[in-house]
Design a protein around this ligand. Structure first.
Ligand code: SAH
Ligand code: SF4
Ligand code: F3S
Length: 460
């Protein structure tokens, strides 16, 4: 870790300047929460030079797609979206818009995106958002210009999003580090986000203090591997969490994403002891087969994961789990897959995100081939999801009649006259309510469940 001060110009949010005609930006965000956070950073930088954010791309002078490379499909969707947006603008008789690709695709595809066929004007990677306003203005003023590109990693650059740009639900995202050093053999993230590099603890605490000063009560600490946070051998993730939990006025702390091999007992003890740290662990397992885990280079075995779950259940009251799984990793046999199914039964996640293996150019797993056929991948994915549905049904049924504390989030999409609440352990509850104050805590009795949400009625 360098002892350079990772102090960049944007630690205090830039002032928002009055809008300037001809500077309207529309942003679409793909991929993980790190991109959601970065999109706030991008908008903050553009607002500082007089851009106004618009919600309809037809009204924009600058259209930005903040993109994800984690699977092939995610990239295809963005490439066709660029074409679609161009066509819609042409059909509406609009002047050509400046089109930019930010985020992980900008890092992975680089020169390829410069090709004329993609019709992209700006390619801005994850560490280059400081350059975005100037490059965007140059493109807006000079429509004939060739595409501009700013990519590459700089471990000293850490962005801080403007505080008032939130929240999503009640939770304010706070990126605590970037990049990843694990290099799981299937994964593109270490290449698109670069090496792991930590935001200074002082900067993180200051960011959260400012969120609380603005009325925020809940934060989600973000990173590809938050649990691997380590500041100059003095402070690990548990140490950082402990300091965050001491901040006055903060009611709930969540974190995403944890890695199984960093789930040390002292971290789980802390989560169990600190009432403000939410008892919800999103810890991707990827597979239940040791052979596959080894080939994925995940650094843990099935039994170690199960031991972590058992320990967490012992020391963290009301703890719930969720995770990610990949089916059809190179060389995954039927027997391996069956082990993932039995593993699911042992862990009993509330929810899982499951994906068909998608080969990413340049990652180590390319050497293993992509030998599981699409049909088999599809069938395994369907079976995995069906097994999880059965597990969730039995978990959910067992909760009926319980009384929980839920925090009001927002009106439910349906039925009308209902609001959505969320418990500390990340369960959604839909309750009938005329009026409610987002952030308010209500006591609720669980009466049933539907899909991924519980149904309840407010007590007292
Ligand atoms: N840092 C997190 C999440 C990384 S990306 C972690 O360590 O788990 C989110 C999820 O996408 C991963 O957990 C994995 O399940 C999935 N994923 C990553 N690369 C993939 C690939 N090449 N094919 C299919 N799924 C992939
Ligand atoms: Fe990708 Fe593995 Fe790093 Fe997660 S831990 S971002 S899956 S390389
Ligand atoms: Fe996707 Fe990049 Fe996040 S590849 S998952 S947007 S780190």
């Amino acid at each position: 870790m360098s002892d350079k001060p990772n102090l960049v110009a944007d630690l205090t949010p830039l002032p928002k300047n009055p809008p300037v005609p001809g500077r309207r930006v529309y942003v679409e965000t793909y991929g993980c929460q790190m991109n959601t956070y970065d999109s706030q950073v991008i908008v903050g930088k553009l607002e500082a030079v007089g851009f106004a954010k618009v919600d309809d791309h037809h009204d924009a002078d600058l259209v930005l797609l903040n993109t994800c490379s984690v699977r092939d499909q995610a990239e295809h969707r963005v490439i066709s979206r660029v074409g679609e947006l161009r066509t819609m603008h042409e059909k509406a008789g609009k002047a050509p818009v400046v089109m930019g690709v930010c985020g992980c695709m900008a890092e992975r595809m680089r020169d390829d995106l410069m090709k004329q066929k993609h019709r992209v004007d700006l390619i801005i990677g994850v560490d280059s958002y400081d350059q975005l306003p100037d490059l965007a203005l140059a493109q807006i003023d000079g429509p004939e210009a060739t595409p501009e590109m700013a990519v590459g990693h700089d471990t000293e650059i850490h962005h801080v999003a403007p505080i008032e740009a939130y929240p999503t639900n009640n939770s304010h995202l706070v990126t605590i580090h970037k990049g990843c050093d694990y290099k799981c053999t299937y994964c593109i993230v270490p290449y698109t986000r670069g090496p792991q590099s930590e935001k200074r603890p002082g900067i993180i605490l200051d960011e959260i203090r400012r969120i609380v000063d603005k009325g925020g009560e809940e934060v989600t600490l973000l990173g590809q591997n938050v649990t691997a946070y380590k500041w100059e051998d003095q402070l690990d993730f548990a140490g950082l969490l402990e300091q965050v939990a001491k901040l006055d006025g903060l009611k709930r702390i969540r974190f995403l994403t944890g890695h199984p091999c960093d789930m040390h007992e002292h971290l789980m003890d802390l989560i169990g002891q600190e009432s403000t740290i939410c008892p919800w662990l999103h810890i991707p397992a990827q597979s239940g087969s040791d052979r596959v885990l080894r080939r994925m280079k995940r650094y843990y075995k099935r039994d170690e994961y199960l031991h972590m779950v058992e320990y967490a259940r012992k020391v963290i009251p009301d703890v719930t789990f969720s995770g990610d799984f990949i089916v059809g990793f190179p060389g995954e046999t039927d027997a391996d897959f069956q082990e993932t199914l039995t593993f699911l039964h042992e862990v009993r996640n509330d929810a899982i995100f499951s994906f068909r293996y998608s080969e990413r150019p340049g990652v180590p797993a390319v050497k293993m081939g992509d030998d599981v056929t699409l049909e088999v991948k599809k069938a395994r994915l369907a079976e995995l999801m069906a097994v999880q549905e059965g597990i969730w049904t039995s978990i959910a049924d067992a909760q009926i009649g319980q009384e929980w504390l839920g925090v009001v989030e927002q009106p439910a999409r349906k039925p009308e006259g209902h609001w959505r609440l969320r418990t500390a352990n990340n369960r959604k509850i839909i309750v009938p309510l005329d009026q409610a104050q987002p952030g308010a805590e209500l006591r609720v009795k669980i009466t049933g469940w539907q899909n991924t949400a519980f149904l309840g009625k407010v007590l007292g």
